[in-house]
Design a binder for this molecule. Structure first.
Ligand code: SF4
Length: 199
């Protein structure tokens, strides 16, 4: 099975608990006003890669405790992500999934592919980004309507500690001079950081 992804991040510490590999999928029909990643909306962007190739790259890559699926909209490619998540869970990794859809709506749809992605997900963050509710005080999320659902026991211990986990930005400087960022930061913080980097 193939996935259309925007970005494969082999190692990050800002997209969920601990060290993780992250897959940013390509394609999102939700179109939240103020979305920070509108370049992931089109289903024609990004590139295709098979689930088995991704699984091999992850197994051969840096040691991580889990994988994070974000977007784009992961539930638009639920079957492939569920397959990949299942392979990685067999290997002992955890799965965190972001969605712009609400858990209630995902459950009510009762789609097999959506149910399978839920089944392999340990921690679900749901809800669309709302710029009128913008709030970076909680880890990994950008607005106060977004909710954490602990679907398995894997991260239940974090429930009462979320307030102690900061939202962080990760900056990667490539050998060719290109700068990549992921995670959450205000535009002001990001501008300040980039100004420091180019001094
Ligand atoms: S669901 Fe996520 S990727 Fe899609 S428009 Fe909203 S913030 Fe952007």
């Amino acid at each position: 099975m193939k996935l259309r992804i925007h970005q494969f991040i082999p190692f990050t510490r800002v997209e969920g608990p601990g060290a993780r590999v992250c897959i940013q999928v390509q394609g999102c029909p939700i179109h939240c006003p103020g979305c920070a990643v509108p370049f992931t909306w089109s289903t024609k962007g990004g590139y295709e890669i098979t689930v088995s190739e991704l699984a091999e790259r992850i197994m051969a890559g840096p040691k991580v405790e889990g994988i994070t699926f974000l977007g784009g909209e992961p539930f638009e490619q639920a079957a492939g992500l569920a397959e990949l998540g299942g392979i990685l869970k067999e290997a002992g990794l955890s799965v965190m999934t972001f969605s712009g859809y609400l858990l209630e709506d995902i459950l009510a749809a009762n789609r097999q592919d959506w149910n399978e992605l839920l089944r392999v997900t340990d921690l679900l963050v749901d809800g669309p980004f709302r710029k009128d509710l913008r709030d970076l005080s909680r880890p990994w999320v950008g607005s106060s309507n977004q909710r954490y659902h602990f679907l398995t026991e894997r991260y239940v211990d974090l429930k009462d500690r979320l307030g102690n986990i900061p939202n962080r930005l990760e900056v990667t400087l490539k050998p060719d001079g290109r700068v990549f960022t992921n995670g959450m930061a205000t535009i002001e913080d990001l501008e300040g950081l980039l100004n420091e980097l180019i001094k």
